[in-house]
Design a protein around this ligand. Sequence first.
Ligand code: FAD
Length: 314
Amino acid sequence: MPVSATETGRSDAVEQAVAALGGLAERDVAIGPMTTYRVGGTADVFVRVRSVADLHLVARARRASGMPVLVVGRGSNLLVADGGFRGIAVSLLDIATDVVIDESTSVVEAGSAVLLPVLARRLATVGLTGFEWAVGVPGSIGGAVRMNAGGHGSDMSESLLDARIVDLDDGRDTVVASADLGLRFRGSALRADQVVVSARLQLAPGDPAVAKAALSEIVAWRRAMQPGGQNAGSVFVNPVPGEVSAGQLVDEVGLRGFRHGTASVSDKHANFIQADEGGSADDVRELMRQVAARVRAETGYDLRSEIRLVGFES
Ligand SMILES: Cc1cc2nc3c(=O)[nH]c(=O)nc-3n(C[C@H](O)[C@H](O)[C@H](O)COP(=O)(O)OP(=O)(O)OC[C@H]3O[C@@H](n4cnc5c(N)ncnc54)[C@H](O)[C@@H]3O)c2cc1C
């Protein structure tokens, strides 16, 4: 079969990226299984960075190849297309795992790979409050900064002082104040090629027993209200935060439990879409499209994806 110019261009780009990355590059790595959806395809190039300095190699590979970059955190807000990601996927999970707690100032510095529930429990144990909401959010600090993750009336912007960011475009390694990150409801102004290496949080001293009770209450609420299984939490951003929820609209148009192929709207929470075991990311995407179209037609509200869609055409 003849090889198309696009295919030749793609394999040239991959070769350029791999050459710039030296021994760091892995080819055709399945990143779908690294997400909580556990569906979806491969990345052309995958890099498990061993130090912050390695990010400069990633920046060089990006420039040499012109390929896009995707930072993969804990994958709890990502849906990777079955056709995969034609770019360089980067993981910091091996390096950015430190937590430094200064009890005299209640300031906590956490590496981007640190899991939110683990940090929430640790802070409650030492009597630092303000981060209890994060106990039910299965993401990393890096993903939480990028998404301004939140819940139970709070979010990252409430405690984030600043974040250390490596910019893969110009190679700058800077500490950016929270106010300059463009944090908004479930989003930020960070670009795909700006990598969060760590973040500093300002918390408040409190009673460990009260903080732990709050954690238990949140965990119980999550168990009662949200499904387990393969999903990435809420699929759509609430159109009017605090007033009109996406789940309420999906319910109103009667789509709770609605199925397309291997994907279904959860019976337990109408803003969750579940993937079947061994299912297809493209089915999840198509179901999202059908749900959004029905909600638009019947209620006039536009539903915007909260989940980061990777490798899909539009
Ligand atoms: C059961 C369940 C419940 C959830 N509940 C909530 C909730 O209550 N509130 C909420 O806000 N979210 C919720 N989520 C979504 C998700 O957990 C959060 O958005 C989380 O912050 C994503 O972090 P992550 O490490 O998994 O990021 P990923 O899913 O890996 O990535 C998400 C985005 O962040 C980027 N990113 C990841 N790491 C970095 C980094 N180091 N530097 C720069 N960019 C990075 C990625 O490129 C991508 O664009 C839920 C998910 C699940 C599965």
